[in-house]
Design a protein around this ligand. Structure first.
Ligand code: BTN
Length: 320
């Protein structure tokens, strides 16, 4: 949909002209971007429709309601480890879908696709992932493992550890992990992980690891269930720095996982496990299982102590 994408890209070009400090007049923006005043107005309205809060004052112009560090490809590339390749899209349907398609066509190991905004962001279990432009991080990383699909057990937990460690390094406290792969703070969801794999049982596996992280509270977030990093730390967040920090952490954890599997990361995961030792109900494939969460084994499988003994859960949803 090139025409549609063009309109969105123009909307982002307008957003990048705005700051939270000073008003920018419609005339100035229209001169800068070589579009009409009416177009500037329409593009601002489009951005507002996505949840970006913009003040408009007649005679003064437009101003962002809150400061925003827009993603910048150069700043991001400067913070990447050797061997990484990053593409930044203003608008993308889903970074996971896009990177999966590229992976099937031979895209390289350690390719990263980040987007300011996804038109069809996907969560686990067919849910949507919503994030207003500038309010979160939405990106996917392509990893070509030296192990087959059958040896990726615990991968989503490993990714959770990488995210938790990167977030803690920003000063955030009280980060917890919920099996199999949510990052929480104060019981609310801070980040989600969607891992999709390619490969057969015998050959080395390829995974697209998608991460959605709430950075600032935005109208698209359902308030009770979610939390944003800005609510946890007392400093301005540079999203470029945050993303490169997360990628560095992912690199360290995924290299370790590729060599040794989940076992060496088990302790780090369990130390942050929010349901550890608590009564839980797990909705698994074979129906609900109730008991006390004992933690995970060396393959990341959840162990629940039930009245009938210890049961192991390979996939499911946990609630207290
Ligand atoms: C979940 O908790 O349900 C997982 C959410 C994963 C969302 C991210 S955002 C970047 C990547 N692209 C997608 O379409 N989804 C993942």
């Amino acid at each position: 949909m090139p025409a549609m994408d063009d309109a969105w890209n123009q909307s982002f070009a307008v957003l990048r002209q705005l700051s939270a400090e000073d008003f920018r007049s419609g005339a100035e923006i229209s001169r800068q971007l070589r579009v009409s005043r009416a177009s500037v107005h329409n593009l601002v309205e489009r951005a507002r429709g996505l949840g970006v809060m913009i003040h408009a004052v007649p005679g003064r112009g437009y101003r962002l309601a809150e400061p925003c560090s827009w993603l910048d490809a150069e700043a991001l590339r400067a913070g990447l480890l050797p061997g990484y390749r990053l593409t930044l899209e203003q608008v993308c349907d889903s970074t996971n879908s896009r990177l999966l398609a590229l992976a099937a066509r031979g895209e390289a190991h350690k390719s990263v696709l980040a987007a300011e905004w996804q038109t069809g962001g996907r969560g686990r279990r067919g849910r949507a992932w919503l994030a207003a432009p500038g309010a979160g991080l939405t990106f996917s990383l392509l990893w070509r493992f030296n192990r087959p699909l059958t040896a990726l057990s615990g991968l989503s937990l490993a990714v959770g550890v990488a995210l938790a460690e990167a977030l803690e390094a920003t000063g955030a406290r009280g980060i917890g992990l919920k099996w199999p792969n949510d990052v929480l703070a104060g019981g609310a969801k801070l980040a989600g992980i969607l891992i999709e794999t390619q490969g057969d049982m015998l050959s080395n596996a390829t995974a697209v690891i998608g991460v959605g992280l709430n950075v600032r509270a935005a109208p698209s977030l359902p308030e009770a269930a979610t939390v944003a990093l800005a609510e946890l730390i007392d400093a301005d967040i540079d999203r470029n720095r945050l993303l490169t920090r997360v990628l560095v952490s992912l690199d360290r954890v995924l290299e370790a996982f590729d060599r040794h599997g989940f076992a060496p990361l088990r302790e780090a995961w369990q130390a942050r496990h929010v349901w550890q030792g608590k009564p839980v109900r797990v909705m698994g494939g074979a129906g609900p299982v109730e008991g006390v969460a004992l933690g995970v084994d060396a393959a990341g499988v959840l162990r629940i102590e039930t009245i009938d003994g210890v049961q192991v859960i390979h996939a499911g949803e946990v609630s207290l």
